[in-house]
Design a protein around this ligand. Structure first.
Ligand code: PAF
Length: 280
């Protein structure tokens, strides 16, 4: 496994690779867990070689505190990546990803960025779009892999690729869960014992929503979810929405031939957890 810390060194190495060989790319912010590793393994199966980037992207954090407390575990990440037989790890510095100034570009994601995470995290998706576009330009992957835990992010990347005619295939990867259903996330390590114990309620609630989705109207379901979290002293609901899978617009009326997904964001103290589930 080769580790490169500059764009120049990475690109020099990539230039030596036969053009016919496929490159699978897994962009990450590090603090890797089994969810990331399952994505790397999938990429490894589907490509001739795999590049993983580790870069905590400053422009996608709307709160300085959140950026500061984002876990950084490079040594452990490298050890885990070696075990998955990852070929190349790219760990650039901020100045290399953002030459000049650390600022995001403005994208038109056709409104996909205005709802849910976008509504609660100002500028988040412009930051994600900026860094992912830049990483695509540097790595020039055949396929790029994104987890469905950040489903809105996945749809936004699809939109960016489609609109910008970027020559890469976006591969969605199923949410990887702990045995008790909690979606794996680098943020889970920041949960206290009591918060960790309570956190599976998030996925449990989504499963209950799925169970009643065909019989109950959306207003009923919305209130049920709000009540569940109102009576919980550890988890605080930020939003719960049932939205069209493609437009991500939330709805109060179910339409025929439309695919819906439930989306949720919850605070456990200062730790923000998100999850989502396909409903039909
Ligand atoms: O999902 C993430 O970890 C990040 O948003 C990404 C795609 C690596 C961009 O910084």
């Amino acid at each position: 496994m080769n580790v490169f810390k500059t764009v120049e060194l990475l690109q020099k190495n990539l230039m030596l690779i036969d053009k016919n060989r496929s490159i699978g790319f897994v962009p990450t912010m590090g603090a890797l867990h089994k969810g990331h590793l399952s994505i790397v393994k999938k990429a490894k199966k589907e490509n001739d070689l795999v590049v993983v980037s580790i870069f905590v992207n400053p422009t996608q954090f709307d709160k300085a505190d959140d950026l500061k407390s984002y876990p950084v575990t490079i040594d452990n990440d490298l050890k885990l990546l070696k075990e998955t037989h990852c070929d190349i790890v790219f760990i650039p510095a901020v100045e290399d990803v953002y030459p000049g100034n650390v600022q995001s570009s403005n994208f038109d994601f056709d409104g996909l960025d205005k709802v849910m995470e976008g509504a609660f995290r100002d500028g988040h998706f412009d930051g994600v779009g900026t860094v992912v576009k830049r990483l695509f330009e540097i790595v020039k992957p055949t396929r790029a892999y994104f987890g469905e835990k950040d489903f809105q992010q996945l749809q936004i990347i699809n939109k960016m690729v489609e609109k910008g005619k970027i020559p890469v295939q976006i591969v969605p990867c199923e949410i990887y869960r702990e045995n008790d259903g909690l979606a794996m996330s680098s943020r889970n390590t920041r949960l206290s014992e009591a918060q960790r114990k309570e956190a599976p309620l998030i996925h449990q609630t989504l499963l209950n929503v799925k169970k009643i989705f065909s019989e109950k109207d959306i207003k009923y379901i919305q209130k049920m979810v709000e009540d569940i979290f109102k009576s919980n002293t550890i988890l605080e609901l930020e939003y719960f929405e049932i939205a069209d899978t493609n437009t991500l617009l939330s709805t109060n009326n179910k339409l025929p031939n439309t695919s819906y997904r439930a989306f949720i964001a919850v605070f456990a103290g200062k730790v923000r957890l998100i999850d989502n589930l396909a409903l039909n």
